[in-house]
Design a protein around this ligand. Structure first.
Ligand SMILES: CC(=O)NCCS(=O)(=O)O
Length: 349
């Protein structure tokens, strides 16, 4: 328990959770994803190094991780600011910015964006996947990692006094590496000490989410303060999904707007469409999990921005909510998913 009890913590300081409003629980406003570059298919190297052009946009949409410039969301602060103003005009209130150590978190830029747009921005503490862990991170004990995470929440991140308000996204590969396991245990200890929200990026296996939640629980975390991200690309089987839901964590469908034929990180998986995501959410509501569902876009490459012909940060509010209503999901349930559930998760206990 800390003085943050009953509050949510934004990059501008603690706020009353009632003021958060419509909340996207998994986005990035500035990050560098070059560490996850996927070499292009033979013969496509020139496209990979080339600039954004109208005639390349479809290729970039299908191969987002093979276009080098596309991975540099950190270069687009002006465009992101404009988009945050659109998000606010569409009724948006809060964005949880999940960039952690390893993919170029920039809390100073987040603070400036919050000041200039009036959107509440909540920054993430902790570490991304193992391939981005520094040798120092790899060598740390759970206690040392816990100390860093707690400090990022209580004192400030990256040498600033700008404080994080969630732990994560904590990056996990499949299978989990030893360093990732220690980071998860540290996230759990930070949660036990501070009562803070935690959010996890699972490895690409349907077994990963369950393993992670159990590991967190064994290390002292509460499933009810934990979000499992990227379920859209991770659990496809209905029985497996409902079994996982029983563990009691938040179930996040956060790749809205991502529609492609070929999922570069895992070609054997068919990335669902937005309509299929809505159908999964409908199923979870029908099965009684409406208090556990969260939604977001996880914008993390340039091509997802309006500036590059993408869907932007307002896609859920402008396009997905109307479609959810058409599919029989009531406004009351939508408000649970986009307001009440994020608020409960983001409030420190
Ligand atoms: C930034 C990030 O981790 N995005 C997730 C991409 S994935 O394809 O869902 O793993």
């Amino acid at each position: 328990m800390t003085s943050l009890r009953g509050k949510a913590q934004t990059v501008l300081g603690p706020v009353e959770p009632d003021c958060l409003g419509y909340t996207l629980t998994h986005e990035h406003l500035t990050m560098n994803y070059s560490s996850c570059f996927c070499p292009p298919s033979p013969g496509q190297e020139a496209l990979s190094d080339g600039p954004f052009e109208m005639k390349n946009l479809y290729w970039i949409k299908q191969n987002p991780y093979s276009h080098k410039e596309n991975l540099l969301l950190c270069e687009e602060t002006d465009a992101v600011k404009e988009e945050l103003l659109h998000f606010k005009a569409a009724g948006g209130g809060t964005i949880v910015e999940n960039t952690t150590t390893g993919i170029a978190r920039d809390v100073k830029t987040l603070k400036k964006l919050a000041e200039e747009t009036g959107v509440h921005i909540i920054a993430g503490a902790g570490f991304y996947v193992d391939s981005t862990h520094s040798p120092q991170t790899q060598a740390m004990t759970v206690e040392q990692l816990t100390g860093i995470i707690v400090d990022e929440i209580l004192s400030g991140a990256d040498g600033t006094d700008i404080k994080c308000g969630v732990v994560g996204e904590i990056g996990c590969s499949w299978p989990l590496t030893a360093s990732e396991r220690r980071v998860l245990q540290a996230a759990a200890q930070a949660q036990a000490q501070l009562g803070c929200p935690v959010i996890v990026h699972p490895g690409r296996s349907s077994q990963a989410p369950g393993r992670i939640v159990r590991l967190l629980q064994e290390a002292g975390a509460k499933a009810a303060k934990t979000v499992m991200s990227h379920l859209d690309r991770t659990i496809f089987d209905t029985e497996e999904l409902l079994e996982f839901a029983e563990l009691g964590c938040y179930l996040e469908y956060d790749l809205f707007g991502t529609e492609f034929l070929h999922y570069q990180f895992q070609p054997e998986v068919d990335m669902p469409s937005d309509s299929q995501r809505i159908a999964r959410i409908r199923l979870l509501i029908d099965e009684g999990y409406e208090d556990r569902i969260l939604m977001a876009h996880d914008v993390h490459t340039k091509n997802r921005l309006l500036k590059y012909g993408g869907h932007g940060y307002s896609h859920i509010l402008k396009n997905i909510v109307p479609k959810m209503l058409i599919r029989g999901i009531s406004q009351d349930k939508i408000d649970k998913i986009l307001i009440a559930n994020p608020k409960r998760w983001l409030t420190f206990e």
